[in-house]
Ligand binder design. Structure first.
Ligand SMILES: NC(=O)c1ccc[n+]([C@@H]2O[C@H](COP(=O)([O-])OP(=O)(O)OC[C@H]3O[C@@H](n4cnc5c(N)ncnc54)[C@H](O)[C@@H]3O)[C@@H](O)[C@H]2O)c1
Length: 327
């Protein structure tokens, strides 16, 4: 615990470290409630980045709140079919409690936003005056099985994109997204909601293990995902992710976080984009490129195929035949 507190102090200078308690497991006893102090909101720039939230459900609301509280970005539009959710997010984070949405701020379907944005750009190009500003990026927070259609439709707009995890529910959808994005957005950020990488304790764990090498070489790692009975029953037994025919398997929909975390700790280069990935050599998986995201998801689909068909797959061969030829 002391090690963790000291590490957090150096990783987050200025943080009220006494308020930070890192729980090792749900059964740990601690002398105070866990309080994570959010990073301080940086000063606003003259031209703050503007974002749309697509899907104002649980995640969409979380990102809107985090963006407004802890970043210098602006949430300037929302696309959501459910009137109450759309209005509520809009009033809280975009147009204000007693105001009505202005042009370009509120859409009841992501496709309406795409249509509007193409038309808005056409008006700007035609020299029309007083056209509202567009957005720089999109948070895609619709359910898993919709990610593909939204990403592919948004790709020609060349926005920065944060797409929730998992990338998609089938390998073909992942490849469609890869091709669409690669074609249009080479200078933009495409990220995926593997949020465990940003938890203070995981940042510290990686610093200690990978950068400071406090225990030397890592030979093995045991990781448990304590989903929690309430989350398991409401999400993976009877909830949105109850059936791998309508969404993805739980290895993908829940444990892609864990797979990402393990690869991030064991395989990715110390600094993203610099240096060689760690062995095993066929698993040069996690950095932050689109190719790496595809590779990590493909590994889950390969595991699922092997499980369904009761056979052992050779990763190199499977990758070459099922994925590489289409990329
Ligand atoms: N990163 C994480 O830790 C984490 C945690 C939970 C969920 N997720 C992922 O986030 C995504 C969203 O999950 P959630 O729990 O917020 O679901 P949710 O059901 O609360 O939100 C999804 C929203 O999308 C809206 N929507 C449906 N059709 C739409 C359309 N045509 N246009 C715009 N919006 C539309 C729905 O009305 C709903 O409000 C999923 O992919 C899920 O797997 C990630």
């Amino acid at each position: 615990m002391v090690l963790l507190r000291d590490g957090i102090k150096s990783a987050y200078p200025g943080t009220r470290v006494d308020d930070l308690v890192v729980l090792g497991s749900e059964t740990d006893t601690v002398d105070q409630a866990p309080v994570i102090v959010p990073p301080q909101k940086p000063p606003m720039s003259e031209n703050p980045p503007r974002f749309i939230i697509i899907g104002a459900g649980s995640r969409g609301r979380n990102y809107a709140e985090a963006a407004v509280k802890a970043s210098n970005g602006l949430i300037t539009a929302v696309a959501e079919p459910h009137d109450y959710k759309r209005e509520s997010l809009g009033k809280n984070f975009i147009w204000g409690e007693n105001e009505k949405p202005k042009e370009g701020q509120s859409f009841s379907h992501w496709a309406d936003f795409v249509t509007y944005e193409f038309e808005r750009r056409r008006r700007v190009a035609a020299g029309e005056e007083n056209v509202p500003e567009g957005v720089d990026g999109a948070f895609i927070c619709v359910l898993d099985e919709m990610h593909r259609d939204v990403v592919v439709a948004l790709a020609p707009l060349g926005l920065h994109i944060m797409c929730e995890k998992p990338l998609a529910c089938s390998l073909q959808d992942c490849l469609d997204m890869y091709k669409a994005i690669r074609q249009h957005s080479s200078s933009k950020i495409f990220s995926i909601g593997h949020v465990l990488r940003y938890s203070p304790h995981n940042i510290l764990l990686r610093k200690l293990l990978v950068e400071d090498r406090v225990i030397g070489d890592l030979n093995s790692l045991v990781h448990t995902e304590p989903v929690g009975w309430w989350h398991y029953t409401h999400s993976y037994v009877r909830g949105n992710w109850r059936n791998d025919k309508t969404t993805g398997p739980s290895l993908l929909t829940k444990s892609c976080h864990d797979i990402d975390l393990i690869l991030w700790l064991l395989c990715s280069p110390e600094k993203a984009g610099q240096g060689e990935p760690h062995l095993p050599s066929t698993n040069e998986l996690i950095g932050c490129t689109l190719e790496e995201i595809i590779r990590a998801h493909a590994m889950v689909f390969a595991a699922e195929e092997a499980r369904h068909e009761g056979k052992v797959l050779k990763w190199d061969e499977w990758w070459a035949n099922s994925v590489a030829k289409d990329m």
